[in-house]
Design a protein around this ligand. Sequence first.
Ligand SMILES: [Zn+2]
Length: 110
Amino acid sequence: MTTTNRIVSIETQRLRPTSHEVIFAVSTRDDAAADDQRWTVRTVLQAMDRAERFYSQAPNGRRARVQRYACGDCHQEHIRTHISDVAIHNLTNLPHIDGSHVAVAPAAKR
Ligand SMILES: [Zn+2]
């Protein structure tokens, strides 16, 4: 059975080079679970390797798939809303949690 995870918030970070802003962590919500679960992009990609899927949900209930992509700027993989689903909903419309304000995560900024 394929596991699907609903992303409910994102954390973004500016990366070198060219200071491009990318999603570096997300939180998912399982209606059966009390608490949201936080994932770094690395763990999202690992879950995708196991054929787990991620999506965000528009207010009207429609789902927009999340895809991985190889970044042309830093040559790492990031995640984004599937380019075919951007009209449904976009991850960037979700609440942003500013990692620099998270007290439990002392920033490793460069
Ligand atoms: Zn990049």
